[in-house]
Ligand binder design. Structure first.
Ligand code: SPV
Ligand code: MG
Length: 559
């Protein structure tokens, strides 16, 4: 079974643990499932669901243009794609305190570990945009907003309060005043944002910080500052907010431009990941394992060909006006019963090869093929008429058999390329069948007698088939129902062509010529050439309508 471990800790609790442990917590910016996974693989401690990146992925500015639900959806996708805690950039909290409360509840319900709320007024403007008006929410109101978020989080979701005082040019004192007020309101961490090109500004803030609340920074403009330097300066969390996306933009621009210019994709082959890398990142292997475990083994579609062309003198005058397959058993023709059983088992399309009294076969929803030369040809010739169906998996059955549904299910489960349903009651019942023609088989290993209801514990193969086999040596009787895989169809085709090339009038096993040959004659030749023919063993549960006696039995046995 494929094991999936579910974490014992919530992601919020996991992030709280990281906060309690010594050392820095390094976050990588992401905007979707794939980038969140890349952040995780690169060894970060947590994912920053960046408002800047998410907005850019919609090709819109980072300016409160996206809604709370759009941001939540993006954060959820990231959260599902990574085992790391996700800290979601919630800008202003999407409005006032009332909006912030709903935001906290929605993100907590989605299993997001943390949200960050900043003191820009709604609608916010990205901290780095020049020439835009910068207004911060009044400190008292922002304190109430942080309090509302902390109360709604109830000690679970981690609330990060961010001040833009330095970005807005309000000075260090105002930044510290705001930071302290948010810490005192219960924020789990305080983010001090800066657009200076060195870390001096935030280092000064950290040096003057006089609360226990941990500090967070975003080294985008002061990109020379290292994690170690920032940690030494007093920062607990560093957010590398957008470098992944900026790298991807450059790579995509470059590759697409080069392909357009050169006219061929091979020009960029050395700078793009192979497809297999994408398969790995999306965990295709897991999907394949799940398919094996959780999809039915016979999910491949299986077709059917029913051979119903022949005329059987033994049933005259019952078959004077209709082919045998249209004989009714309790008001329903044999063929219709077969089609029903196949359809119920999901087998489709179903093809019927008609011949004798073909106009009498009028069952809907089946495909018809005709063997008008049914009088002078054999079953094999009829099967060939439906040659168009002999690709992929296909059930081949005689049009005069009635069978229990579970027999068809057993056959569908077989993974042999060629599998025949064989009735192992033959050795027990042959004494009562004296004189009746039967397609006998010899199987190996010899099936154990008196274990009739047990499935074979190893593949049983057929080593001989035919009506002329020694009845005492035969281990079972072929019931006229077989399954071919795509490879099985190929094998039959190859052997048939070999026989045809030998000359159509040469005898084939028990038949005087290829044209009059039966399916079992071809199967004999297949076995003789060393191909495996599997046996799906059953014990009774079917009957063939060849004689009046058979027909009478059908009436008593069929429900
Ligand atoms: C973001 O990534 O959206 C941030 C960080 O808020 S910054 O863009 O640096 O403001
Ligand atoms: Mg942002």
């Amino acid at each position: 079974m494929t094991k999936r471990s579910s974490p014992l800790l919530s992601k919020a609790a996991a992030l709280r643990r990281l906060l309690a442990r010594p050392g820095p917590i390094v976050l990588g910016g992401a905007h979707d499932g794939l980038t969140a996974r890349i952040v995780e693989e690169a060894g970060y401690d947590a994912v920053w669901a960046s408002g800047f990146e998410i907005s850019a992925s919609y090709a819109v500015p980072d300016a409160s243009i996206l809604t709370m639900t759009e941001t939540l959806h993006a954060a959820q996708i990231m959260n599902e794609a990574t085992s790391l805690p996700v800290m979601a950039d919630c800008d202003t909290g999407f409005g006032n305190s009332i909006n912030a409360i709903r935001t906290v509840r929605a993100f907590a319900a989605a299993g997001i570990a943390s949200i960050c709320i900043e003191d820009n007024v709604f609608p916010k403007r990205c901290s780095f945009y020049g020439g835009v008006k910068r207004l911060l929410t009044d400190t008292d109101e922002q304190v109430l907003k942080i309090t509302s978020a902390v109360d709604a989080a109830a000690g679970e979701l981690v609330i990060v309060a961010r001040t833009e005082a330095l970005i807005a040019g309000l000075g260090m004192e105002e930044a510290l005043r705001r930071g302290r007020a948010y810490a005192d309101a219960g924020a789990d961490a305080v983010l001090i944002h800066s657009k200076h090109h060195t870390m001096d500004e935030i280092a000064q803030f950290a040096a003057e910080w006089d609360r226990l609340t941990p500090l967070v920074c975003v080294p985008t403009t002061y990109n020379d500052a290292s994690v170690d330097e920032l940690a030494r300066a007093g920062f607990k969390m560093m957010i590398f907010a957008n470098q992944g996306m900026r790298a991807a933009i450059r790579a995509a621009q470059d590759a697409l431009k080069t392909i357009r210019e050169t006219g061929r994709a091979s020009a960029v082959e050395d700078r793009i990941v192979p497809l297999a890398e994408v398969y790995r990142l999306v965990n295709l292997a897991q999907m394949k394992a799940d398919e094996k475990e959780y999809l039915p083994a016979d999910a491949e579609t299986v077709k059917a060909v029913i051979l119903a062309a022949g005329f059987d003198r033994r049933l005259m005058p019952l078959v004077a006006d209709r082919p045998k397959a249209m004989l009714e058993v309790k008001g329903k023709p044999i063929l219709e019963r077969q089609v029903d059983a196949l359809q119920q088992a999901g087998v489709r399309p179903i093809a019927v090869v008609r011949g004798y009294k073909k106009e009498q076969i009028t069952i809907p929803n089946v495909r018809y093929y005709d063997n008008d030369a049914f009088e002078e040809s054999g079953e094999l010739e009829s099967l060939l008429r439906a040659g168009a169906e002999l690709s992929g998996a296909v059930i081949v059955m005689y049009g005069d058999i009635l069978f229990d549904k579970n027999i068809l299910d057993r056959l569908l489960q077989s993974d042999e390329d060629i599998a025949l349903v064989c009735d192992r009651s033959w050795p027990d019942t042959r004494a009562t069948r004296e004189g009746a023609s039967a397609d006998l088989v010899i199987e190996t290993p010899t099936p154990r007698r008196h274990h009739r209801f047990l499935a074979d514990d190893q593949p049983v193969r057929i080593t001989a088939i035919g009506q002329g086999l020694d009845a005492g040596q035969a281990t079972a009787e072929f019931i006229g129902m077989a399954k071919l895989s795509a490879r099985g169809c190929q094998i039959l085709g190859e052997v048939y062509r070999e026989l045809r090339d030998r000359g159509e009038s040469a005898p084939v096993h028990e038949s005087p010529s290829l044209r009059t040959a039966k399916l079992t004659d071809l199967l004999h030749e297949v076995i003789r050439r060393g191909h495996a023919v599997g046996s799906v063993g059953i014990y009774q549960g079917w009957l063939e309508v060849d004689t009046f006696d058979d027909y009478r039995r059908a009436w008593t046995e069929v429900g």
